[in-house]
Design a protein. Structure first.
Length: 125
């Protein structure tokens, strides 16, 4: 019963984050689009593992960023002038993970998309 309560609280927290964090909503939509594209292009098991790890990684870091920003908002600069700097570093963490995930996603999807377009839209002979 305690486990179900934990899942309920975690789900409520995630829904609250979706309501209040626009970047999280964007990342979730991007994740769903990537999964849809993966279904369309018939990713291999290893490619699926990489895709889900990357989507989960970016969303997890966005949630972590949101948690730290809310905690830091309690203190504001009145306790230390580095609060803004810490928030910038947290945002950079999410941005960097999204960038690297995009590069890896490109490496997975581009060859498959290229083959698809060549097979379906380029007439040879």
């Amino acid at each position: 019963m305690r486990f179900l309560f934990s899942i309920q609280r975690a789900s409520a927290g995630f829904m609250k984050a979706l309501e209040t964090e626009p970047h999280l909503r964007i990342e979730c939509v991007a994740g769903f689009l990537v999964v849809a594209l993966g279904l369309f292009l018939h990713l291999s098991l290893l490619e699926w593992i990489v895709v889900f790890l990357l989507v989960g990684w970016v969303i997890s870091l966005e949630l972590l960023n949101s948690v730290f920003e809310r905690v830091l908002d309690i203190f504001k600069p009145r306790l230390h002038s580095a609060v803004g700097e810490v928030k910038d570093l947290l945002s950079a963490m999410v941005l960097w993970s999204a960038f690297i995930s995009t590069v890896i996603g490109f490496l997975i999807f581009f060859p498959k998309l290229l083959i698809f377009f060549v097979e379906h839209f380029i007439r040879i002979g």
